[in-house]
Design a protein around this ligand. Sequence first.
Ligand code: CP
Ligand code: NVA
Length: 310
Amino acid sequence: SNGLKAGHCLTLADFSPQEIESILTLAKRLKKSQEEGTPERLLEGKTLAMIFDKPSTRTRVSFEAGMVQLGGAALVLHRNELQLGRGESLADTARILSGYVDGVLIRTGAHAIVEELAAHASIPVINGLTDGHHPSQALSDLFTLQEKKGKLKGLKLAYVGDGNNMLHSLLQGAAATGMHIVASVPEGYEPAADVVAEARQLAQETGAKVELTHSPKEAVTEADAVYTDVWASMGQEEEKAKREKDFTAFQVDQALMALAKPDAIFMHCLPAYRGLEVSAEVLDGPQSIVFEQAANRLHAQKALMVTLMG
Ligand code: CP
Ligand code: NVA
């Protein structure tokens, strides 16, 4: 055991506020040493297996490149190339992988799948996105926010869009770091009540503020950062038309951004759909930091892997 609260990263609630702070501090150091040409090979000889049930560009490539930079290796496995795809159980797969590799990442649908894998693995399990949570993204986003704004405590983060996996992880991350998060979602697309309640409880300890509204304008007013995500997540393709109607008032455009602080940044986990959740003008405009945000996943996730697998 690595002495961490959970030993896995299934959601950001697996880490205490102090653990998150140490990961962010390590990420900063690893980014600096990588950029200075003195990479720290802290996972020499270690292997991460990555199981993908859904597509991925950023998660897949950043974790794999991160492992290489740390002196280790990563294996990308698609469900249908594994015996898992032919009915071997997740529990047996977890036991088998535990005998070969030092960590396993999985991107899948139901959050219960990643919990099941963790229950039977004797190695750290990393959630590379489920329908419920996207912790590696939110952790990287905390790193980016800290880098851009110099602090997290007291920052106002406005979320505009779906009460989905991304929002759940941002709520947990904001609560752990003392941020003021205001999430605006259309009626009927609220985040899970238990995630909100737990974030509010943690907020009492950290000084964070967790608010929900149906008004994007209210959320964005005086915000330091404005965050959005796709309206139809992976697996919701058939709801796309209905969602585009229900979310019409939730596009982040220049008029909405104008309500935020003049130095507010625009964030998106990507992939983005210009003209839907965000106008092209905002996504490609001067306030958008989305490509740096994506690049930072490498550094934050290296710190995550060193923390869990080091
Ligand atoms: N943001 C994110 O997780 O991107 P991918 O789906 O490309 O991994
Ligand atoms: N909410 C999105 C995030 C993609 C990185 C999805 O689950 O598809």
